[in-house]
Ligand binder design. Structure first.
Ligand code: NI
Length: 255
């Protein structure tokens, strides 16, 4: 029983062979996928998948940092307006990204902060995307002191020290994905020292494909390769890693 806690199953990359992708996921033992939103442009496709697979695909809504641009206010209003539409499983993905986009740094911080407050009020977890902006992220967390929230640091590749520090600042889980299977991946050493209770598994498909399929399209069935790698690193049976991470995921996302 595996849960892919970060899965863009609604992406066009799956349009041609969606039933086969789904069959392979089920075959691999995947019983649930969390669908993070990005911005208005993916909203309808995301909901179409969630509505077609109500016990398998769990929808989220949020404004991704790389979609924070000139019209950020409009995009943020879209999230606020649609929050009451239906049952969401998280606000995400949200966060900071200075790798793809440096131009709207201040706006990204504001949009992140506002969405964490929204999540806190709605009792929803957050899915955090963080790339090349750790100091700014720590600043935002400082501003959010006193706001009670929980969530996942998606595509986690940070150090053990940063993991420990973040745990003192908020109720975080850490999404481990395909990068852990890469040769010389630094995150493997971090995973070895992390508590299994803090780990969730994810693909971020269609991106970040694990070995041995690196460079090809990623898909939810490959979350099993991530689970196998985590089991190997921690010296635990695959079943134990699958059960622990799925139970944490179901609790966090209220699945
Ligand atoms: Ni993503």
């Amino acid at each position: 029983m595996l849960t892919d806690t970060h899965c863009h199953l609604y992406d066009e990359a799956f349009r041609e062979d969606f039933p086969e992708v789904l069959a392979r996921a089920r075959e691999a033992g995947v019983t649930a996928c969390v669908l993070p939103g990005i911005d208005r442009s993916c909203h309808d496709a995301l909901l179409a998948v969630a509505d077609a697979l109500p016990d398998f695909a769990f929808p989220c809504i949020g404004l991704h940092p790389t979609s924070v641009g000139e019209n950020w206010q409009e995009e943020l209003d879209f999230v606020k307006t649609h929050l009451a539409d239906r049952r969401w499983h998280a606000i995400g993905e949200i966060g900071l990204d200075a790798y793809w986009s440096k131009e709207f740094r201040k706006e990204q911080m504001r949009v992140l902060e506002e969405q964490v407050v929204l999540a806190s009020r709605a009792g929803l977890p957050v899915i955090i995307h963080l790339r090349d902006a750790t100091e700014d992220f720590l600043r935002v967390l400082e501003d959010l002191r006193g706001v009670d929230f929980r969530g996942v640091m998606h595509a986690w590749t940070g150090s053990y020290e940063l993991y420990r520090r973040l745990l003192t600042l908020a109720d975080f889980k850490f999404g481990i994905g395909g990068v852990v299977t890469f040769k010389n991946a630094g995150v493997a050493a971090t995973v070895e020292r992390m508590s299994l209770d803090d780990i969730l598994l994810e693909t971020d498909c269609p991106w970040l494909t694990p070995a041995p399929y690196r460079g090809k399209r990623n898909e939810p069935s490959y979350v099993r390769l991530v689970a196998e790698k985590v089991a190997q690193i921690k010296g635990l049976p695959l079943g134990e890693v699958a059960a622990a991470t799925t139970s944490r995921a179901r609790k966090l996302f209220q699945i």
